[in-house]
Design a binder for this molecule. Structure first.
Ligand code: URA
Length: 210
């Protein structure tokens, strides 16, 4: 991917996103919609995966047919809301390797602190797709990508549902080599770091917590 930011404004994505933003949408429907949008975003984020030709036999003849080339992809969920996008990605790419990064915000320094990190091996040889529905301040996304790079990843993409201009700018500054794919670029962050108009707390809406 050459562009830093791709907004997937496909009508199905935009329609489903509107349903997700609506505060009256119930938890189970919200989670299902996130999974469905994840399929559509995955289509975009994997568009330029390398292919190779393999010989197969159809019932009629032998042919050279395209298959994905190279090592299996790595999907990395930024806990906990990343798991909603991860589930949809795994529907489409079931053999992908999966990693998890957990970060919390230190209330004094306001910096993200890692509490969990489990990543697949050989990251340097894989396309790594990090997923988190909300690119808000960008602090946790930038920290997660720092971790992936420290673990050897060099080919990374970031997939989210909503992005704030502040988060996109922060990612571009810290990781200009990491393309961002999102369903929408919203107006701004509020003083609590929520995306406006947004959809609220993605984790709470996915899992029914408050
Ligand atoms: N995380 C969320 O879940 N929602 C926001 O609006 C911002 C960060």
């Amino acid at each position: 991917m050459t562009q830093h930011l791709t907004v997937v404004n496909h009508p199905l994505v935009q329609h489903k996103l509107t349903l997700m933003r609506d505060k009256n949408t119930p938890t189970a429907v919200f989670r299902q919609l996130l999974r469905e949008i994840s399929h559509l975003l995955a289509y975009e984020v994997t568009r330029e995966l390398p292919m190779t030709m393999e010989e197969i036999e159809t019932p009629l003849k032998t042919m050279q047919a395209p298959v994905l080339d190279g090592r299996k992809l790595a999907l990395v969920s930024i806990l906990r809301a990343g798991n909603g996008l991860l589930d949809g990605m795994l529907d489409l790419i079931p053999s992908a390797r999966v990693g998890f990064v957990g970060l919390y915000r230190d209330e004094e320094t306001l910096r993200p602190v890692q509490y969990y990190c489990k990543l697949p091996g050989e990251l340097a040889d894989r396309l790594v797709i990090a997923v988190d529905p909300m690119l808000a301040t960008g602090n946790s996304s930038v920290a997660a990508i720092d971790l992936l790079k420290k673990a050897g990843a060099t080919n990374i993409r970031f997939m989210c549902l909503l992005a704030a201009p502040e988060g996109v700018a922060r990612m571009k500054e810290a990781h200009p080599d990491v393309p961002v794919v999102t369903a929408a670029l919203d107006e701004k962050l509020n003083d609590k770091g929520y995306i406006v108009p947004g959809l609220g707390d993605a984790g709470d809406r996915m899992y029914g917590t408050k």
